[in-house]
Design a protein. Sequence first.
Length: 438
Amino acid sequence: MTIGGYRIRTACPRRFRKLLPLLLFMVAPQFLLVSCGSEQDSNPTKITVTTPAPKATVDPSISNDLKTDVPDQPRSLGAAPQYETEAELIKRKLDELSSGNILFNPPEQMTLDKKERIEIRLATDRISEKDLAEGLVGEGEPRIETIKIGTFMKVQLCCGPPEEGHAFDIVALNSSEQIVTDTRATQWSFDVTPRKRGLQSLTLTVTVRLNLPDGKEEKVDHPLIERPIRVNVTTTALLKSWLTEHWQWLASTLLIPLVVVLWRFARKSQQRSRRTAAVQKSQKSDASGVFISYRRDDSKWFARSLNETLSSTLGDERVFIDVADIDLGVDFTQAINDTLQQCKVLVAIIGEHWLSASNNQGRRIDDPDDYVRLEIASALKRNIRVIPVLVENASMPLAGDLPEEIKALARRNAIQLSHANFEDGAKRLTDTLKRLLS
C-alpha cells in the first residue's frame, strides 16, 4: 500500500477489504491509492480510490493581469440619502396629526373628603364644541382648548407634585389609553376625593402614540399637554351640606344659632391674632411690604391663593391682607394708613364684579367709606406703587367709572391672571415685587 509516496506492506484479511477504502478515504482526503494483497492470494487485487481534484488557485503575481475594469461594488447613482433625526421625525409626525379639541372640567373649589367627578374629552374638529360638552358630568366649569389628535391617546390625572405629598385620592373609571375616532368624542372619567385642605395641585397629562420607522415600527408616547390645575380645598361646603341635611333637627334644638355665635367669635379671635402678629412683624420692617387689596365677594379665593404664593416667596412678615377686618371703634382711614406705612407696593385684585359690586345705597366704590376705595386712595396719595391684577376675564375700569380720588388707577399697567396661567403670572408678579422691594 502506498500513502503520500511511502510504501507500506499490510496483511489484509479478505473480509476487511471492502471497508479499507472507506477508512483510508477518511485518513487521506487529498489523494488515496490503496493496494491490498494477501500471501494466501497469488493474484493481488489493486484498488485505487480518487477524491475530487481541489480547486485551482491563481498565483497572486499574475492575478492582477486577469482582473477586469469592473468595480467590486456598484457605483452610486446619486447623492447619499438624507436621514431625519428623531426630533425632526417626531415634529413631522406631529404636523401630520389632525387638529381637535380637549374639554376638561376640574372645579376651582372642592370640599375636603367629598368625592367629585372630573371628565376629560378628546375629539377631532368634526365634532362641534356643543356636542363635545353635551351630557358632561361634574360641577367644574368646562374648559376647551385646541390639541393635536392621534389614533391612540393617553390621558392621566395625577395628584400633584410628589414632594408635596398626595393631596387627592383619584380613581380612573376608564383605561388610560383609548382610540380617538372622527365619529364621536372619547371620554376619560375620574372620581377625585381631596384629602388635604388649602390650595392643592392636580396634574393633567395628555400623550399621543407615534409610530417611528427605524428598521422596525417603534412606538413612542409623546407628551402634548402637562397642565397643573390649582384647586382650593375647604371644609365650608362640607359643613353646609351637613346643615342642609339636618336643619330640621338643628332648628328644633336651637343648635344653629349657637353654632353661628361660636363661629363668629372664633373668626374674630383669629382675625385679631393675625392682625396682632402682622403688626409685630411689621414693626421690624422698614416699609418693605406688599399690601393686597380685594373684595371678598368678588375674588376672595383668588386673593387667598395669591397671598399664599407671595408669602412663601417674600415671607409672611412682608405680605399684608385682611385689613378690612378692623375692630369696632377703630378709625378706618387711620388703620389703613398705619398698614400702608409699612408697604412699598399695593396689589389691587380686580375681579369681574369689582366695579359693579353694590349695596342698598348703590355702587360700593362710590361710598367714601368703602374699604377698597380707601386702600387704593391712600396708596395713590402716598405715592405707593399700585399694581392692578385682573382676575380671569375682568377688564381694567375706565377713569370715568371711578371716583375722583382713585381715577389714577385707570392709568396703571395691569397684569392678567387666571387659573390657567396662575403659576406663570404669579412668578412674573413675584419677580417684579422682589425687584421693587430690594
